[in-house]
Write a protein that binds this ligand. Structure first.
Ligand SMILES: *[C@@H]1O[C@H](CO)[C@@H](O)[C@H](O)[C@H]1NC(C)=O
Ligand SMILES: *[C@@H]1O[C@H](CO)[C@@H](O)[C@H](O)[C@H]1NC(C)=O
Ligand SMILES: *[C@@H]1O[C@H](CO)[C@@H](O)[C@H](O)[C@H]1NC(C)=O
Length: 203
């Protein structure tokens, strides 16, 4: 009887889990998919970055089919122009959210600073790139996998720290895979997460 109950509760869990289905019918649930490791809480609107490709993007929007070749414009209304921030964009769901064996893929990393005071007073606060040390590369998940999440994180930089570049800054493209985000945060003392954003994309 107990076994039956366990079986039934498992069935219910599977049926009620959010199904991730790809265009090729590949299926997994978020339950089976690794837990969201660096989760973005889209309800915290005061901490959301504003991301513009050709149009404004909303947090968690599915941008499948859009041309994301060029880096977006990113802005943040709470920035202080005296501060330096580090913007990072990662894919936690490579090669597929069902089996994120390449986690993380790093898509972009740059020092940014809020636009100058004039801009700020005009109500716009685009983040200006001051040093792009990992060039932007648009989403390019394997064809047919369920949508990947693309996550942006903005950290306040502690000026006394010298950035310890991750080892992959050579020319080997494949080394964008397996980016050790936790280690990168630790060695660079990225402790002040200020804002974030996430969209989804599949091919
Ligand atoms: C996407 O945009 C880039 C840059 O504007 C352009 O070079 C490229 O041809 C576009 N790709 C498609 C499939 O439209
Ligand atoms: C500040 O922003 C304004 C508005 O775009 C621009 O005209 C001006 O050149 C900028 N000043 C500096 C120092 O970047
Ligand atoms: C990395 O990728 C770029 C663009 O796809 C390509 O031009 C370049 O040759 C690649 N570099 C290496 C070392 O594979």
């Amino acid at each position: 009887m107990a076994e039956l109950l366990v079986l039934v509760s498992r069935l219910v869990l599977v049926l009620t889990s959010c199904l991730l289905v790809s265009s090729y019918g590949q299926t997994c649930t978020w339950h089976e998919a690794a837990v969201p490791v660096a989760s973005v809480e889209c309800r915290h609107t005061s901490s959301l970055l504003t991301v513009h490709y050709d149009t404004a993007v909303t947090c968690e929007q599915d941008l499948s089919g859009k041309n994301l070749t060029n880096a977006p414009t990113v802005s943040w209304r709470n920035g202080h122009s005296a501060d330096i921030y580090l913007l990072i964009m990662i894919d936690p769901d490579a090669s597929t959210p069902c089996k994120p064996d390449l986690r993380y893929v790093i898509h972009w990393a740059a020092f940014v600073s809020p636009s100058n005071v004039t801009y700020f007073l005009q109500g716009s606060n685009d983040l200006r790139i001051t040093d792009e040390f990992i060039s932007y590369r648009g989403p390019h998940p394997p064809e047919g996998t369920p949508p990947h999440r693309y996550q942006f994180f903005l950290y306040r930089w502690v000026p006394e720290i010298t950035l310890l570049h991750p080892t992959f800054l050579g020319n080997d493209n494949s080394s964008r895979f397996h980016f050790d985000y936790d280690q990168f945060k630790a060695v660079n003392r990225l402790e002040h997460l200020e804002a974030f954003f996430e969209f989804q994309y599949s091919r």
